[in-house]
Design a protein around this ligand. Structure first.
Ligand code: SF4
Length: 324
């Protein structure tokens, strides 16, 4: 099916685009009765990601990342709205500080798609009309901050003007020497990531620049992500990746091994493999710690050390990620 739509917000449209064969093969794995057509955390999927699903050798794995299931409605003990303690670490409407001398900006509520396992799926996002001014005011009184992390939502979904204002405001604060961007756009909306390219290319002259992508499965990487990463690397960015260990998506050694290899061919080093954050509505993605350790032990025998991500969990209130 041809379409000019860039983002699907209706599951029916998304299935139409995938085509009857693809939708049928996937629904064999994910029974239609388990789909939630009216999820609290809305369905959003980019056409680019739908194209990745079409091309994937494991379409059901990618599909699990994006399709809302009734399982998300289950209340599971230990799963909460704020699993990583964002709210108690909030310093203003959009700044979170958990770690000494580093601050995270919740830049926007918008993402290129809604990942079903998102740790912020219940986060009370606010629209901050003048985010640059807001962050600038906060940094004016926090002159010990040396690293600012732009997170969200996805910071690269900000419009070009808003994004430029934000990074230029940060750049006038002399204590901030490192800018880190957490983004999933290179694999969800590479077209939007590239619209910031002129600015991204300038930034390494002003900061140490680190881009942490979020890629969970090797089939999320293609020639378009390669182009985004290639441009950034050429401009002097350090490129790292974090993944979440997800049942039915990447919880086997062959997939994790392939992911590390493929990231490396695109110039990105695997950094963290996160154990699932226990947000309400994500329990069906859980892989237990023993299995997670087995997987890391197995890929350690197959890969050089620099391609083995650190297996970690974020525990609310802790001063660093916790190795598992
Ligand atoms: S892109 Fe990141 S913040 Fe947005 S839904 Fe996915 S995991 Fe959550």
């Amino acid at each position: 099916m041809e379409t000019s739509v860039k983002v699907f917000t209706q599951i029916s449209e998304f299935f139409d685009y995938l085509g009857a064969d693809q939708a049928a093969s996937i629904t064999e794995v994910l029974a239609p009765a388990t789909l939630d057509s009216d999820p609290k955390f809305p369905f959003i999927c980019s056409r680019h990601y739908a194209d990745l699903i079409k091309k994937s050798a494991e379409p059901e794995a990618l599909m699990r990342e994006v399709l809302p299931l009734m399982a998300e409605r289950e209340k599971v003990p230990g799963f909460v709205d704020d699993p990583v303690g964002d709210l108690p670490a909030g310093k203003s409407d959009c700044v979170i500080q958990k770690y000494d001398k580093r601050a995270l900006v919740v830049s926007t509520a918008t993402c290129g798609m809604r990942c079903r396992f998102c740790f912020r799926k219940n986060y009370p996002f606010q629209n901050i009309p003048d985010i640059a001014g807001h962050v600038g005011n906060w940094l004016d009184t926090h002159t010990d901050i040396w690293e600012v992390i732009l997170s969200g939502g996805d910071p690269l979904t900000l419009g070009p003007g808003e994004f430029r204002d934000l990074v230029e405001t940060i750049a006038v604060h002399g204590s901030v020497t490192t800018l880190r961007i957490h983004t999933r756009l290179p694999v969800i909306r590479p077209d939007i990531a590239m619209q910031h390219f002129e600015l991204l290319r300038e930034l390494p002259a002003r900061f140490e620049c680190v881009l942490v992508s979020h890629v969970d499965h090797p089939d999320e990487l293609d020639e378009e992500s390669q182009m985004v990463f290639g441009h950034l690397r050429f401009s002097g960015w350090t490129l790292l990746n974090q993944s979440v260990l997800l049942k039915g998506v990447n919880d086997n050694a062959a997939t994790l091994e392939k992911l590390s290899h493929k990231l490396f061919t695109q110039g990105v080093l695997p950094y963290y493999l996160h154990q699932l954050d226990h947000a309400n509505g994500v329990a069906h993605f859980e892989v237990d710690d023993d299995r997670a350790r087995e997987l890391i032990a197995e890929i350690r025998t197959r890969l050089p050390g620099y391609l083995v991500p650190k297996l970690v969990r974020e525990i609310a209130g802790e001063k660093s990620k916790t190795p598992i």
